[in-house]
Design a protein. Structure first.
Lengths: 175, 124
């Protein structure tokens, strides 16, 4: 169990941080996911641990989104400001715009930041589909179980996520 | 179509690489916090495994907690004082139901896991 948690904790943290844009909230979510996981599933076979753990993590991220949505509504109603995550940061603050070929920008750290921010700006379901299917490499079936939806929904969310990311990259290239 | 597929594949690779770089660039402070979280979870595991048997089960952990709270409030409430608020039965039922709701929501996932286990046993 120690080895498994040690192997997933960093990626889990990045997933949570991209989703919440808050290092403290991300750390809390990862810890909660770890505790829930070992309490409920430590006796399961090891090959079942990855989808189980990421399902718990994604559920906690989803709950965080819902809780923040309610909190922001209350704040707006009472005349306060919303804590909505910032929109995609301006590319000009990061990247050398003289490079025209997007592939050349791989050598520029700013592109990574742009793409990571773009993932964070995706709707939650598209973000989850991308993280689980593309980054973690789960199968469509495993991703569907992790997200609690059908395999068709996974493919739909993923294709939309890729389209949005491609459009953002093309928009950046046109600057 | 081929260009779109290639472009789509490149986007996935580029984004995955960006996320991998983000993982590699995590600060010492964040890594330390993650390590603490891991140890906290592992200690929770050993504590959970060493729990005493024979606990009275009242329909799940939520039911246990709610029942204990109810019992304590009724036992310590003085007869001649109205200092303690009335027990909100709706809240009591909601707490008791929480664990059951999670079980129902996760039922299809448990069934899939079971099917995976059966399939593995058959293939081995």
């Amino acid at each position: 169990m120690d080895h498994f948690l040690g192997a997933v904790e960093r990626r889990a943290y990045v997933m949570a941080e991209v989703a919440t844009k808050s290092p403290n909230d991300a750390l809390d979510l990862v810890q909660e996911a770890m505790i829930t996981f070992v309490q409920k599933y430590s006796e399961k076979p090891e090959e079942e641990w990855p989808p189980l753990f990421f399902r718990i993590l994604q559920n906690k991220i989803r709950d965080w989104y819902r809780w923040n949505k309610v909190r922001n509504r209350w704040r707006v109603w009472f005349g306060g400001k919303s804590d909505r995550p910032d929109e995609l940061l301006s590319a000009e603050s990061f990247v050398d715009t003289s490079a025209k070929d997007p592939m050349d920008l791989l050598s520029v750290d700013g592109l990574g930041e742009i793409l990571t921010e773009a993932i964070g700006a995706l709707p939650l379901r598209q973000q989850q589909a991308f993280m689980m299917r593309v980054w973690e490499g789960l199968s469509v079936a495993e991703t569907a179980k992790t997200m609690g939806c059908s395999q068709g929904s996974v493919k739909t969310h993923l294709s939309r996520a890729i389209r949005v990311l491609r459009e953002k990259l093309e928009n950046f290239d046109e600057r | 179509m081929n260009d779109k597929n290639r472009s789509g594949q490149n986007i996935q690779e580029m984004t995955s690489e960006a996320l991998n770089r983000r993982v590699e660039a995590l600060s010492v402070e964040i890594l330390s916090e993650l390590e603490k979280s891991r140890y906290a979870a592992l200690s929770e595991e050993s504590r959970y495994q060493n729990r005493q048997p024979g606990i009275l089960f009242l329909g799940g952990a939520g039911g246990i907690i709610a029942s204990v709270v109810m019992a304590v409030m009724l036992l310590i409430k003085p007869d001649n004082q109205a200092a303690f608020p009335e027990v909100d039965m709706e809240l009591f039922e909601l707490v008791a139901m929480t664990e059951e709701l999670e079980l129902y929501e996760e039922m299809d996932f448990y069934q899939w896991l079971e099917a995976q286990s059966v399939a593995r046993k058959k293939s081995s």
